[in-house]
Design a protein around this ligand. Structure first.
Ligand code: ZN
Length: 678
């Protein structure tokens, strides 16, 4: 999806908004207890603010990280578990009801006896289809079919709003098909990546054996898949080269697309994908499809079958026998992210039930777990941040009046979807029973695919949500010029049952959340879309030049950061870094307008300013395993959390003042390098 996402932000749960008493300080204040006072805040604010908590809370063996995100997720998962268990044991539920679907899905996932007994059989029909491929046409049709059932061989395909005509849905085709997901894992030559590649090869071999191959054939098949995916990786664009929405938008007629891939007739492929008729397609990376066509001729049909079977079984490995699931875990979690122990089964199944039936679970979640007034509180903070952003734009010294007017207009039209959707999706066509976990997951995938494909040719539904109220995340969608903040993000650990002070509200919700997402509308990508969500330049040439010079400064700043010998990718992470910087500044200015700030009242010995910046750091209190940090640098457009705190704050004079940061300290940026964009 062409959305811009960030993986956290929060507030609190179980509180009533009326029980606010800011003078009550007789509680364990996370801003005090999370700190590590042996660290100098002027050198490393992230660890000063959070390392006290990290020291007391080692990363569990079942997790790649520990911190605020895991605490909140544990709370939400516990609630979803209750929803699932209550539904599963209710024998009076009506067939076809939401409760029946949730209960049966969960029960099928917990029925390990049935799962063991079934072995690979839930995939038999699909494996047979692959085995029966005879020629290139059959191959291409089968690749397309697999896309519709939750596998993702060879390329990616989706329906979404046309970036240049946001009132219409379009067909998008892009690079994909990689088991290790990111091209660099196939191509980099550093020691760790080479080791991961070798582990991947043995993972492939073991999986081939589970699929019934003799050891020698399994080893050969593993090599085939590796060669195959390496070729696709070579033809894939780098993470940073996927950022430019113009370069990754190539609208072609179907005939033009066919000319790029002479061995793939898209007129025959599109109907298999569920599209009866299309005039055009938007191809993200035409050169990738050219290379894909080459691999079709270069490899035998038998080699292709091996790759397709692997892709299918790998997609469904977490829902098959314990041996297959463990092997999948060993590579994707242990090797790639350093996690040595699987989460308990109920957590894995709760996670998948929520993934497949999130829209149904969300309805119960909102009714049973959301305190009254969440939408209103979110709206109040959101409005305050938007007002600050507007006054900020008016004061910018580098932007001309005409561009300012356009920016203000875009901001005024930005939609805020908060809490949960007004209308839930209709999942009545999805049938779930207790027979097969794997088949239930596949049915869920097919339902989701059909839901997407059926949009094509219909008017755009601007009320749609792509996250659930229980999703601990938020997003800006440039095609709708909207920010979406699900209800559960209101949770702030440590403030259960009490109203956090405004420094917390504005540091976390205001800064990391609203400020961050609103700024995405004006980052290196979002700034190219107009108020209606169309890719349409609204900048004067001169202002655009100045903006690009400023974004280059932030690219340079983050390129200087590294962890464990891996340099942060300043280009790939620039959108998130621009959003973080804008977020902290907007949150702070909104906080300045509160009584707490104006009174200069200290809480637990901390000034309002200090509390604000500590709260911002708390919103990114995440401690990762080394493996997870490296994985994040290679695959994620978000910089590691320590830089999401230290990066923006080092540019902010109010922060320097609050923590006495001086020239020469690590958290100090000289004027010549200081970045201020919004
Ligand atoms: Zn973001």
């Amino acid at each position: 999806m062409n959305l811009f996402r960030k993986p956290l932000t929060f507030l609190f749960i179980g509180m009533t908004f009326l029980s606010c008493n800011k003078k009550d300080v007789a509680f364990s204040d996370p801003l005090i207890t999370n700190r590590d006072t042996t660290v100098n805040p002027a050198d490393d604010f992230f660890n000063y603010a959070n390392n006290g908590w990290f020291k007391k809370n080692p990363i569990p063996k079942t997790d790649s990280n520990n911190g605020i995100m895991r605490i909140v997720m544990d709370t939400i998962n516990g609630q979803i578990k209750s929803i699932c268990e209550n539904a599963a044991k209710d024998e009076s539920v009506a067939k076809g009801s939401n409760k029946q679907k949730i209960g049966d899905f969960y029960a099928s996932g917990m029925d390990t006896l049935a799962i063991e007994k079934a072995g690979l059989s839930p995939l038999n029909t699909e494996i047979k289809k692959i085995s029966e491929i005879k020629d290139v046409q059959g191959l291409v049709t089968t690749i397309a079919h697999l896309q519709t059932i939750g596998a993702d061989p060879a390329f990616t395909f989706y329906v979404s709003q046309d970036d240049k005509i946001s009132t219409k849905y379009a067909l998008f085709l892009g690079q994909g098909g990689l088991g290790m997901k990111q091209r660099d894992y196939y191509l980099d030559s550093d020691k760790r990546t080479v080791e991961i590649r070798s582990a991947y090869l043995s993972h492939l071999k073991t999986m081939m054996q589970f699929m019934g191959e003799e050891q020698s054939v399994a080893a050969k098949n593993a090599q085939t898949v590796m060669k195959f995916e390496t070729e696709l990786a070579k033809a894939s664009r780098k993470l940073e080269d996927l950022r430019d929405p113009v370069k990754n938008y190539n609208k072609l007629t179907v005939d033009q697309f066919n000319a790029i891939t002479p061995d793939i007739d898209w007129k025959k492929v599109l109907p298999v994908l569920g599209i009866a008729k299309a005039d055009s397609v938007i191809v993200g990376q035409p050169e990738f499809f050219k290379a894909l066509n080459t691999t079709i001729k270069k490899y035998t049909i038998e080699d292709w079958k091996t790759y397709l079977k692997w892709n299918l079984v790998s997609a469904y490995a977490p829902y098959l026998t314990a041996a297959i699931e463990k092997e999948d875990f060993k590579f994707y979690s242990t090797t790639m992210n350093g996690v040595t122990t699987q989460k308990p089964r109920w957590k894995r199944v709760v996670g998948q039930t929520n993934e497949s039936l999130g829209e149904l679970i969300g309805q119960v979640y909102v009714a049973d777990y959301m305190p009254k007034g969440v939408k209103e509180k979110l709206q109040e903070i959101g409005n305050n941040i938007r007002d600050v952003f507007a006054s900020h734009i008016k004061k910018l010294d580098w932007m001309s009046e005409p561009t300012k007017q356009k920016a203000l207009y875009k901001l005024s039209k930005m939609v805020m979807k908060l809490g949960y959707p007004d209308k839930w999706k209709d999942m009545s066509q999805l049938a779930i029973d207790r027979k097969s976990y794997c088949e239930n997951v596949m049915k869920g995938n097919i339902w989701e695919y059909n839901d997407m494909i059926h949009k094509y040719g219909k008017p755009v539904d601007r009320n749609e949500w792509v996250m659930h109220p229980q999703t601990y995340n938020a997003y800006y969608n440039p095609s709708n010029n909207e920010i979406v903040i699900p209800a559960c993000n209101i949770i702030v650990p440590g403030y259960e049952g009490r109203m956090p002070d405004d420094a917390i509200l504005y540091g976390i919700l205001g800064g990391s959340f609203f400020g961050h997402e609103i700024t995405h509308g004006f980052d290196d990508q979002g700034s190219q879309y107009d108020e209606k969500g169309n890719l349409n330049n609204w900048w004067t040439a001169e202002d655009l030049k100045k903006f690009k010079a400023k974004t280059q400064l932030i690219v340079d700043q983050y390129n200087k950061y590294s962890i464990l010998g891996k340099q942060v990718n300043g280009d790939a992470t620039q959108g998130e870094n621009i959003a973080d910087l804008g977020g902290v500044i907007m949150g702070y200015e909104a906080f300045e307008k509160t009584e707490q700030f104006k009174k200069k009242e200290k809480i637990n010995g901390l000034t309002p300013e200090q509390r604000y910046f500590l709260a911002y750091a708390y919103s990114w209190m995440v401690n990762r395993r080394d493996e997870s940090k490296i994985n994040q640098i290679m695959t994620d457009v978000h910089a590691p959390e320590q830089f999401r705190v230290n990066g923006p704050l080092s540019n902010i004079p109010e922060f320097h003042k609050a923590f006495n940061v001086k020239k020469g300290d690590k958290m100090y940026q000289p004027d010549s390098l200081r970045v201020v964009i919004w």
